[in-house]
Write a protein that binds this ligand. Structure first.
Ligand SMILES: [Fe+2]
Length: 291
């Protein structure tokens, strides 16, 4: 788990307007190997229709640049969009990795969706389960994962050279932080996890998973540790753990349920595979008053 600020991966962000998610291609500066972080599969939920337009943009880009995909990383089990990881893997190869606490998430939502015994709760749908501090390579670039629970139990920040993909621990400085009220979420844990990110080198580039363009500003997704420490509206300027918990708890009580939480959890807890009925047809459930 060594930080190497002299390794500067080439990073391209791809904004998904439907869900305000940013997917990334991160390329090792010294080879053609790359990783994808937090892909999106499109869903028109009202119509029950799933398409791959956003993922196809990533595939086209990787093919036109002649890159080799080593890893498909999920920073966490997203509740607001569906992952396209298996579709990307079919087209490009690569291993799908997530935090090992996925098992906690699978246990929780396996109950909510009344999944049968055929739904494994051991993370076996993924190719790799990361523990805090685990390392892996993208080409010759040494990368590592930091456990950052709080938004969800399985959240991890991934560090690649001078860049870190923060998932939903932080938003841009004027956006603050993500909610901590999902099952298994915890505002105090989120505060502690954010401190781990702020303890990274000041010049480290930070890449957000979401941006909502607060107060009408243009969508943005890149900042630095120094910027977050100085200006983050929720945790900048050394705000205390107690204040953060009080603020976060009050704010979360006012937030609406994410529009895609029901399809997103069912798909993402399966590493991006859509569940199927007994005949093998893709199908999603809506548990009534279950969430
Ligand atoms: Fe999230």
């Amino acid at each position: 788990m060594t930080i190497n600020m002299n390794t500067k991966p080439d990073i391209e962000g791809f904004f998904d307007e439907a869900t305000n998610t940013i997917s990334y291609i991160a390329k090792d500066p010294n080879s053609d190997h790359c990783a994808i972080i937090d892909s999106v599969m499109d869903i028109h939920y009202a119509a029950g229709r799933i398409t791959t337009d956003h993922a196809d943009i990533l595939i086209t880009r990787i093919k036109e640049r002649g890159l080799i995909l080593d890893w498909i990383i999920e920073t966490h089990v997203h509740a607001d969009h569906l992952s396209a990881a298996p579709y990307l893997q079919d087209q490009l190869g690569g291993k799908i990795g997530v935090g090992s606490k996925i098992m906690v998430v699978q246990e929780t939502f396996g109950k909510v969706f009344n999944e049968g015994t055929e739904f494994q709760r051991d993370g076996s749908q993924f190719d790799a389960l990361f523990e805090d501090g685990d390392t892996y390579d993208v080409g010759g670039m040494a990368c590592f994962a930091i456990s950052t629970p709080g938004h969800t139990p399985a959240c991890m920040v991934h560090v690649m050279g001078d860049a870190a993909f923060v998932g939903d621990t932080l938003f841009m400085p004027d956006g603050g932080s993500a909610r901590a009220d999902f099952p298994g979420g915890d505002a105090g844990e989120l505060y502690d996890s954010i401190q781990k990110v702020l303890a990274l080198p000041d010049e480290m580039r930070l890449f957000m998973c979401h941006d909502y363009g607060p107060n009408g500003r243009a969508i943005a997704w890149e900042t630095t540790v120094a910027d977050q420490k100085a200006a983050n509206i929720h945790v900048g300027g050394g705000s205390s753990r107690e204040d953060f918990i009080a603020f976060r708890t009050e704010r979360d009580a006012q937030l609406a349920v994410p529009k895609l939480i029901i399809p997103a959890l069912q798909v993402n807890m399966r590493a991006g595979h859509v569940p199927t009925d007994k005949d093998g047809n893709p199908v999603l459930k809506v548990p009534v008053n279950g969430l």
